[in-house]
Unconditional design. Structure first.
Length: 315
């Protein structure tokens, strides 16, 4: 039978890594299972300014996460890279099941995070990676001196739009409302940026082109008027970046007895407890009012201390 860990953590974003750190320091046996790179969404963030204790100038998502990963290694956290395709959540032993085998724990912390919400326009899927992107840090350099459009109006949309102005010659924010939802401090910076422009009361209806994104149809939500935008003839293309929120990575837990809300997020109490004893959720995957690195890390710390309490009570 597979080794039974005190804590198995699914996901190596800030929540999962913080949970691992606390478990390792508590001398608990702990395994983190991650299918890709450490860090989750923050791993593709170019600049961080609001994580307490960070490097004041020049902190990025990857640099912050690298130190979190190193801390986990220092305290003996075991790691495995694998894709989980089934779970057993009820009973004394929780199981994560993959094509390679099973990972078993007395407790489970779900820290699978969330992912970018699609723009929802016609042609979006066909032009992903061919002009449509959801990661400014990943793809900004491909659009150096080109025009770029950013869909969204929240903090992340405006921050990523400002980052894109370092590369693109012109960045236009497309927002379905007539004012931004971003924090006032972020808005102030945005409105002062000469390369940043705004298209209000507008949604993207369709994107297209001959193999690469070069045209887009937008609709004014108040008048219903459709406008076709065509790439500059010399450019032959432009970029569209979607930043309109996130969706939780919880599909694997559907029908497994775990309570999910109407959007798929996991409800927990203040101690990160789900409706299943011994199963906890931390970070962006759970129902919460603020999804930031600092709140994810706090969730992870709380979840692990509750795992330890749960195990002690069971024994």
């Amino acid at each position: 039978m597979s080794k039974i860990y005190d804590v198995v953590i699914l996901g190596a974003g800030p929540a999962g890594l913080a949970a691992g750190l606390y478990a390792g320091r508590a001398r608990m046996s702990v395994l983190i299972v991650e299918k890709g790179k450490d860090g989750g969404q923050i791993a593709i963030t170019d600049e961080i300014e609001n994580y307490p204790g960070q490097i004041v100038e020049g902190e990025s998502g990857p640099s912050l996460i690298a130190r979190m990963t190193e801390q986990c290694e220092k305290f003996g956290v075991e790691r495995v890279t694998d894709v989980i395709n089934d779970v057993v959540l009820k009973g004394d032993v929780k199981k994560l099941i993959s094509a390679k085998g099973e990972y078993c724990g007395k407790t489970l912390i779900i820290a699978t995070g969330a992912f970018a919400r699609p723009i929802g326009c016609k042609g979006e899927k066909e032009f992903m990676g061919k002009g449509v992107s959801y990661c400014a840090t990943c793809d900004a350099n491909f659009f150096e001196d080109f025009e770029v459009y950013v869909v969204g109006g929240g903090d992340s949309a405006v921050e990523e739009a400002m980052y894109l102005t370092k590369f693109a010659r012109k960045v236009t924010i497309i927002h379905r409302r007539d004012e931004l939802r971003a924090a006032k401090s972020i808005q102030e910076k945005a409105f002062k940026n000469p390369k940043l422009h705004f298209m209000w009361d507008t949604v993207v209806e369709e994107v297209g082109g001959d193999g690469i994104l070069s045209e887009m149809t937008v609709k004014n939500v108040k008048t219903g008027e459709l406008t076709k935008i065509v790439a500059d003839e010399e450019d032959g293309m432009f970029g569209v970046f979607g930043f309109i929120g996130t969706l939780p990575s919880t599909k694997i837990f559907e029908g497994k007895g775990l309570e999910l809300d109407e959007r798929g997020y996991i409800p927990t109490d203040d101690n990160m407890k789900t409706n299943i004893p011994g199963v906890f959720a931390a970070g962006d995957v759970r129902v919460k009012s603020l999804r930031q690195v600092v709140t994810a890390a706090a969730d992870g710390a709380i979840a692990t201390t509750q795992c330890e309490k749960y195990i002690n009570e069971m024994e």
